[in-house]
Design a protein around this ligand. Structure first.
Ligand SMILES: CC(C)(COP(=O)(O)OP(=O)(O)OC[C@H]1O[C@@H](n2cnc3c(N)ncnc32)[C@H](O)[C@@H]1OP(=O)(O)O)[C@@H](O)C(=O)NCCC(=O)NCCS
Length: 171
């Protein structure tokens, strides 16, 4: 797939370092929205390696502009349901249609797999990502995860202000 000065192609072995960096960028964003520098542990880039081992290179795609990888996405296949994970676009290339092209690649792959559903599981505080996914057709609310936090109050990061099922939730 191409257009708009970038192309989407399958992941190649030489993309590992830049994909690790993109995974770190995604982790960094989660650290920022939760004001929690510990998210992702000491070496969040390693989680990309673990993800690659788990899903296989054939289930990852990158966006390339001017010869450089600027975005990453992937699919976790399943029998009846697949999951889009991850999607991240380098900050310098956002709002240019790259994320949309990456997600559309995953949607196409999911359709090709014959699954009944494609899901994506943004963290509850990632409202920008929810708006992005909603705009791309993820309009159905599936499972919701509810947490009970056993950590001391001073280590908890939750804020109030979310409502679901007529109840107030921290998020
Ligand atoms: C979410 C993300 C992948 C979007 O990538 P992007 O390349 O900037 O998105 P695009 O330019 O393709 O935008 C596609 C559409 O979504 C909309 N959109 C993009 N970011 C948006 C935002 N933050 N809020 C609302 N809408 C947004 C665009 O306006 C565009 O709408 P249009 O098709 O009507 O013009 C990117 O912002 C990102 O990497 N964020 C950090 C990582 C992250 O949160 N990933 C999701 C984790 S589950």
């Amino acid at each position: 797939m191409s257009g708009g000065g970038f192309e989407i192609r399958g992941y190649e072995a030489g993309d590992r370092d830049v994909c690790r960096a993109l995974w770190v960028e995604l982790t960094q964003w989660h650290r920022e929205i939760y004001a929690s520098p510990g998210i992702g542990g000491d070496d969040p880039g390693r989680q990309f390696d673990e993800h690659l081992d788990r899903v296989g290179a054939e289930h990852l795609w990158v966006a390339v502009a001017d010869g450089a990888v600027i975005g990453l996405t992937g699919i976790i296949p399943g029998e009846t349901e697949a999951e889009l994970e991850p999607v991240v676009v380098h900050t310098t290339h956002r709002e240019l249609g790259v994320g949309k092209a990456l997600v559309c690649t995953v949607i196409e792959a999911a359709r090709g797999m014959g699954v009944e559903h494609l899901k994506v599981r943004p963290v509850a505080r990632n409202a920008p990502a929810m708006r992005f996914f909603h705009g791309l057709g993820f309009g159905t609310l599936g499972h919701v995860e509810l947490f009970m936090d056993f950590r001391p109050k001073e280590r908890q990061v939750w804020r109030s202000g979310e409502r679901l099922a007529d109840r107030a939730f921290e998020y």
